[in-house]
Design a protein around this ligand. Structure first.
Ligand code: TYD
Ligand code: MG
Length: 458
């Protein structure tokens, strides 16, 4: 039977298909996510026409749960502490790992560097974006590179990629990027929802059947979403996001989903001329090195995942020149900034309604920890009054809508980190059971915003 082409509309979010365009997906409820795609309905179903994967599936039978033997999960370390941390201790056999990030952020560098420093593992690096020569040029930049165990091939066809994997028999496969891979069985362009779904499905079967870890690189579009369907995220075992500001050197690798570990972990790197450097003590980097005291600067004792670090929050409050004042935040949630400004106005009596307020988290880092609230509010006030905050003070505390300072998680780790870095005072929320005498730092517990401000600006 000859192959037929048909037009379908596919939801970018959930991958639902419809013969007609729809404004709202009736599966996931998202608006305006349908895109038109041509698909070839081949005589054989896509599953059976996939390359003859070595399969032992017939010998697999359902088992009584009680009889299932759980062996120790064999994780192989990547020789990169930051990457291992985010992966939950290393790479698990058969894992399908997706690393997403904006173009130019350093995804290829991160993965190639891992491939070149992995001890005693053969890596097959399949690139649909660059030629083998370009990969070699990048590899030459990376220090400590050992090029003996890394095979490279520039290809985009999924069937040929499957052949390459079978022929090379590597320990780990890298596909850079999933958006460039295509299969002839689907008649839409590479990067479209159906192409990505089909190719990821094939790679997933290869990974599971041969217990081969596969790392996929994926692009993120302008809205910070992984380009392609949400189904991609559902299919893979691990989703890591590589983020940072391209004008800054620091990069954060964040776990979004991990079937083999916690998503609380982050890895921090610095992009240097000779590759990515692991940043094992983030605090020292994220505090700026100015000795001079400046107004509008406050230091927050933040946590990202399970790691404490101290980070500098910078604010500028100035009289708005025209009508509506501007509010802008870099590295911090803009809506939360507006909320904090409203609290400062209403509960603490500061007149900020006519002020432009700009907020910046140093180092191009994005913080999601609400414990930085107190430092954000203090930096705004410091800039507004032009009074500097003593550089020996750091802050941690969430601000509630009535101006109360609310407890935050892992306060003891935050205090220890601040003490370790030589801070003299830390302002935190009130805790009923907290032994502050064991720390080499003066701990001030406050329950309201004005108490904190009195300590800072008296
Ligand atoms: P790249 O890994 O190509 O990004 P992606 O795959 O996410 O698109 O890296 C992009 C940038 O990193 C590029 O602008 C050059 C820079 N870079 C360094 O600063 N140092 C290095 O050692 C390497 C290899 C790249
Ligand atoms: Mg790349």
């Amino acid at each position: 039977m000859a192959a037929k082409t048909k037009t379908v509309y596919v939801c970018r979010e959930c991958g639902a298909e419809s013969p007609k365009w729809m404004g709202r997906c009736n599966q996931c409820g998202e608006w305006n996510t349908f895109t038109e795609e041509q698909v070839v309905v081949s005589a054989k179903s896509s599953f059976s026409s996939s390359p003859d994967v070595h399969t032992s599936s017939l010998s697999i039978k359902p088992m009584v749960l009680r009889d299932v033997v759980v062996g120790e999960v064999q994780r192989s370390t990547t020789a990169n502490d930051e990457l291992d941390r985010v992966l939950g201790g290393g790479i698990v056999p058969g894992a399908l790992i997706l690393i997403g990030g904006e173009p130019g952020i350093g995804k290829s560098t991160l993965v190639l560097q891992m491939a070149l420093t992995l001890p005693n593992k053969r890596v097959l690096y399949i690139s649909g974006e660059e030629s083998a020569q370009q990969i070699k040029i990048r590899a030459e930049r990376i220090s400590k590179a050992n090029m003996d165990n890394c095979l490279v091939v520039s290809d985009t066809n999924i069937d040929r990629i499957h052949q390459h994997i079978k022929a090379a028999n590597p320990d780990i496969v890298v596909v850079d990027s999933i958006q460039t891979v295509e299969t002839e069985r689907v008649d839409s362009l590479p990067g479209s929802v159906s192409q990505i779904r089909e190719c990821t499905g094939i790679l997933m079967r290869i990974a599971k059947e041969s217990h081969l870890p596969i790392i996929l690189i994926g692009h993120i579009n302008k809205d910070g979403q992984l380009a392609g369907p949400k189904v991609l995220e559902h299919m893979v075992d691990v989703v890591l996001q590589f983020e940072g500001d391209r004008n800054h050197m620091y990069r954060i690798l964040r776990g979004i989903k991990n079937r083999f570990g916690s998503t609380n972990e982050i890895g921090i790197f610095e992009m240097l001329g000779d590759g990515l450097r692991e940043v094992s003590n983030p605090s020292e980097m994220l505090l700026s090195e100015f000795d001079e005291q400046l107004s509008g600067v406050a230091i927050a004792a933040a946590m990202e995942g399970a790691r404490p670090f101290l980070i500098e929050i910078q604010a500028l409050a100035s009289s708005a020149a025209y009508g509506t004042p501007q509010r802008s935040a870099t590295g911090f949630d803009g809506r939360r900034l507006n909320m904090l400004l409203a609290v400062l106005e209403k509960r603490a009596g500061f007149k900020l309604a006519t002020k432009d307020v700009f907020l910046n988290v140093a180092g191009g880092i994005r913080v999601v920890d609400t414990a930085v609230d107190l430092a954000v509010a203090s930096s705004i006030l410091s800039s507004n009054t032009d009074i500097t905050i003593n550089p020996g003070i750091c802050l941690a505390g969430e601000i509630g809508l009535s101006g109360e300072i609310r407890p935050v998680t892992r306060i003891e780790q935050r205090i220890s980190e601040a003490a370790k870095l030589g801070f003299k005072h830390i302002i935190i929320p009130k805790y009923s059971r907290l032994n502050v005498s064991k720390y080499d730092i003066e701990v001030h517990q406050v329950s309201r915003l004005d108490q904190a401000f009195r300590l800072l600006f008296q």
